[in-house]
Write a protein that binds this ligand. Structure first.
Ligand SMILES: *Cc1c(COP(=O)(O)O)cnc(C)c1O
Length: 401
């Protein structure tokens, strides 16, 4: 056991990102391995929110709208853009991921075909292992547009994609197993088949390099309260590349996406740019907390973040192997290149184990029916925490007999 402790200490001492942990307000007693579900707060966010509430809202009141509130969705979108490989003016922050999946799917299904004249495509292919909300929303988008749903795994698209495929909705990382899919390959396959692709980046945005522009991705959405640390319920982002903005006709044509919202015109006319992906009034408190939180990424190299994420999850898997053996089954890919920033472990009593771990100040989470998830946020998690989590799990299992 001391071997792992020594290794962890050495890995932490050599970690080029170690200093970033201090930018977060973390309870030193707690091993927090759920940043893939709710990111930890950066320290400076609380003071920023005191200003937003006390001065911007309290003193400036309604005058704050033109002083940086109304255009916050686009401004914060431009802060996220470099994290997902997008040039400015193509990302906007608004609404929830669920709502944005609805907007993007319906817009994609309404777009003219990728190849001119190639009409009659009526299938919406949906990730067969998708996070449930994506599947529910896809069904609702299909119902509205008359499309037919077709399930497929992101690495099993051959034989599914064809002349009927209109749109493909994929999760970059499987939320249950942590499997990371090859975005370049799946995007190419969709395009080769003449279909458009919508990526859900909820579990990858902020922890690994993503190249939306370079890969020619059609549309993408993602959460900001997970690895981007925006705070509970922070609004999600939508990516619409410049080349598709004019063709982006989303179904929630609210005044927020209007060309001139304050002209109060009776007819809807979409904004000529990314703003057309907005719908109503932005949730300023959450949006500005997210804006502040995003400052922790300043000067951070995503390749380095990815390298640490692979090393951290790999080290945790090694600790689990050594301390738990075959008493649990690791269901996340062993190949670090095919693994997101989480390690999922299967055990029949997973639910009870997660509760017992939390009582010992190790926070992971449970996903039905039998999966314990441990998320590793490279900006603040340490190798020492990975070891302590595995050791605590071993102790809990031993106590359970
Ligand atoms: C977390 C997550 C969501 C959450 O959607 P909300 O609308 O924010 O509740 C959706 N899809 C995936 C893949 C997720 O991981």
């Amino acid at each position: 056991m001391s071997g792992l402790a020594d290794r962890a200490a050495k890995l932490d001492a050599d970690d080029p990102l170690a200093a970033l942990r201090d930018r977060f307000d973390l309870d030193p007693e707690v091993v927090y391995l759920d940043g893939n579900s709710l990111g930890a707060p950066p320290r400076h966010v609380a003071a920023r929110m005191a200003d937003v509430i006390g001065r911007q809202w309290g003193r400036r009141l309604i005058r704050s709208w033109p002083e940086g509130w109304w255009d916050a969705p686009e401004r914060v979108g431009d802060r996220i853009a470099p994290l997902v490989g997008a040039a400015p003016g193509q990302v906007v922050v608004a609404d929830s991921t669920s709502v944005n999946i609805f907007k993007t799917l319906v817009a994609a299904l309404r777009m003219p075909p990728l190849r001119p004249g190639d009409n009659g495509r009526d299938e919406l292919v949906v990730d067969a292992a998708t996070f449930p909300t994506d599947g529910y929303i896809a069904a609702s988008a299909a119902e509205l547009t008359g499309a037919e749903l077709r399930p497929a795994l992101p690495d099993e698209l051959d034989g599914v994609l064809g002349e009927r495929t209109a749109v493909v909705l994929l999760n970059h990382v499987d939320y249950r197993t942590g499997r990371l899919y090859d975005m370049a390959q799946a995007t190419r396959k969709a395009h080769d088949a003449g279909a458009r692709v919508v990526w859900d980046l909820c579990h990858s945005a902020g922890v690994l390099p993503i190249e939306l522009d370079a890969l020619g991705v059609d549309l993408a959405v993602g959460c900001t309260y997970k690895f981007l640390n925006g705070g509970p319920g922070a609004p999600a982002f939508v990516y619409v590349p410049h080349r598709l903005q004019e063709k982006f006709h989303q179904p929630l044509a609210g005044w927020g996406g209007h060309r001139e919202p304050f002209a109060m015109a009776p007819e809807y006319e979409p904004a000529p740019n990314i703003s057309r992906a907005r719908a109503g009034t932005p949730d300023i408190l959450s949006l500005l907390a997210l804006e502040a939180a995003l400052e922790v990424w300043d000067g951070v190299d995503l390749a380095e973040v990815r390298a640490k994420g692979m090393a951290l999850t790999g080290f945790f898997a090694e600790c689990v192997d050594e301390l738990l053996g075959d008493r649990v089954e690791i269901v996340s890919p062993r190949d670090p290149e095919r693994r997101g920033h989480q390690v999922s472990v299967r055990h029949p009593a997973a639910d009870r184990l997660v509760t017992a771990l939390a009582e010992r100040e190790v926070i992971g989470d449970f996903r039905t029916p039998d999966v314990l998830r441990f998320g590793f946020a490279p900006l603040y998690n340490t190798y020492g925490e990975a070891r302590r989590a595995a050791e605590t799990l071993a102790g809990v299992l031993a106590a359970a007999g």
